[in-house]
Design a protein around this ligand. Sequence first.
Ligand SMILES: Cc1cc2nc3c(=O)[nH]c(=O)nc-3n(C[C@H](O)[C@H](O)[C@H](O)COP(=O)(O)O)c2cc1C
Length: 201
Amino acid sequence: MNLLAIVGSARKGKATDTLVDRAIEGVLSRSPDCDVKKLYLIDHDIQYCRNCLACRDSQTKDPVADCVIEDGMGAIREDVLQSDALIFGTPVHMGYATAVMMTFLERICWTFAKPEGKVLSIHGCPIPRSSKARKAIIIVTSGIVPPLFRKFCDDATKLIRNTARDSLNARTVGALYAGDIEHRGVAYYHDSAFNLGRKLA
Ligand SMILES: Cc1cc2nc3c(=O)[nH]c(=O)nc-3n(C[C@H](O)[C@H](O)[C@H](O)COP(=O)(O)O)c2cc1C
């Protein structure tokens, strides 16, 4: 199994990164032979989507369409293509995924998906170009909002879940909202992240 862990935090070794590591440990506890690749989005040149729609309108039969932007996403698309399982990790920033995660997801959106049908001249919703079935888990960290009030703070999980499904043909098998870490501490969620990883394996 090829596991790709995607970290959308600006900080290495902090809350999101730590819990992603715990999830990876969980995966490896059940699938020791799993090939793991960890991707820190901040380390890569990921430019903004320009809305040229060349990828959306591409008629390619390949599992991924070309993008007009030549940047770090070229290599990242290859990593995503190779993956069987995905871990998405992001802090909550103002109720959403971080800007770097959003930028990444926008670039994923139509390169990995094509519009489903057409009504009159209106393009449909994205469906995956690839028939390869993947699995995903999502880890979201937040500083102050506890799990009880998650619905007021976490639009990131839904966004990632939908993009994983619609573009990457990835079914989300579990999600962790690690809330209020400023008070609870990251260690409070170690076991949950580990168990989530086991679920993914
Ligand atoms: C710009 C910004 C916006 C944030 N917005 C929220 C928020 O809406 N709700 C919240 O509980 N925490 C918020 N936080 C706190 C982060 O979610 C929290 O510190 C997170 O766990 C950091 O993850 P990291 O250690 O991986 O960087 C915000 C932090 C930043 C920098």
